[in-house]
Design a protein around this ligand. Sequence first.
Ligand SMILES: *Cc1c(COP(=O)(O)O)cnc(C)c1O
Length: 482
Amino acid sequence: MAEQLLIFEKSREGRGCALMPPCDVPREEIPEVLRRKPAPRLPQVAEVDLSRHYTQLAKRTYGVNDGFYPLGSCTMKYNPKLGDQLAALPGFAGVHPLQPEHTVQGCLQVLAEAERALCEITGMDEMTFQPAAGAHGEYLGLLLMKAFHRSRGDTRRDKILIPDAAHGTNPATAAMGGMQVISIPSDKRGCVDLDALRAAAGEDTAGLMLTNPNTLGLFDENILEITKIVHDAGGLCYYDGANLNPIMGMVRPGDMGFDVIHLNLHKTFSPPHGGGGPGAGAVGCKALLVPFLPLYKAVAAGDGYAFSSPAQSVGSVRSFYGNFLVVVRALGYILTLGAEGIPQAARQAVLSANYLKNRLAQRYDMAHDGVCMHEFVITAARLKKETGVSAMDVAKGLLDQGIHPPTMYFPLIVEEALMVEPTETEARETLDAAAEAFFAVYDQAQTDPESLHRAPVTTPVRRPDEVAAARHPKLRYAFAQE
Ligand SMILES: *Cc1c(COP(=O)(O)O)cnc(C)c1O
């Protein structure tokens, strides 16, 4: 029998599992014109088959609870179970965003305390939790920079400087914000080319967006010089702090000259994201940008808290206060780790990445030598030349070794890139097992490269057409009678 993947294919007339209680309130008839003619084509499936269907699908996915998952850049880091317990507390989960302030004082306190803690960690003066994701936070940061220049009557500044080792969302955000993107090349060490930056900075510079550590996993050595060059030209400095895990509690972007920052609470500060839930792109800024922050900030008022909206606010970028339960989880994480645990997690993130980098360097070529931060980039260019096995083939081969592959073909400035972030929570045994899996694929490339072009052979889905899947997704079930 052909495998039935869709619940609609399992539907049989008359089966079902809904047990509706008898109606005990007066019936209100829906006017004839508003009633649908054909019955909705809901799948009719018995409870046991329904339950098995979704359990089988769930078993075919792979997540951080299944095993090692070393995606670089957009990594799911640590998802403590405690966070979900906190977010499920009725006082947090059961409130309505339009409730009067005096009935949700605890929620306002969570927002205010999370803001205070994260301002302390980043060196910023105030913070908003309204943006729903990292890229959304970048967009807000850009609006803040624009509002600042405009408030001073400075309307010539329409260019954003973005190093070529930035995360891809940085240039996309700047373009969406109506800015012209000026790409700044990296030097041989993978850091911002200072001469190119000096040449680009000028009277038309609205600001710089710096992903740090950059997508090569490197902390820019000249960071103080970078922010000085941009400030001297009258621009503002934006810090992409999506992955704050290697630096939190060690150094603060606010002390390095940055005016505005976004954090991905859903990466660094533990809430699950992607299939696991929504995100929060918290945006912090220095006092000069505070008047422009979005509506609804929780502030101390009298004995308690109230919502307040800054005078020259850029408005709302999302409804209400953002994804509140993500902030609850993040605050739980921060308070659990405390002032000692946060830098300890940062040291662990850097140690794990350098341990794995040094082990893998026994076979694979690294894009850059030396110490990395939370992630590092392999280049499979030589491997491909010698054996025909590409970064894609290595990634597919790793699936047969039972681990999730790293990020592929990113950053764009590295040929045949594989970007690896082990994260701060993996045990040494897990890192060693991962290194063995990488070695097994490398050795297979030497002895039987053909087999890697056919990998993976152990997964339910093998090599889908990724372009077609992205460009022409099938989002609708075609019923037989259509
Ligand atoms: C993940 C990431 C972003 C974008 O965050 P989203 O929540 O996916 O929008 C931006 N910058 C960096 C460096 C990232 O890793």
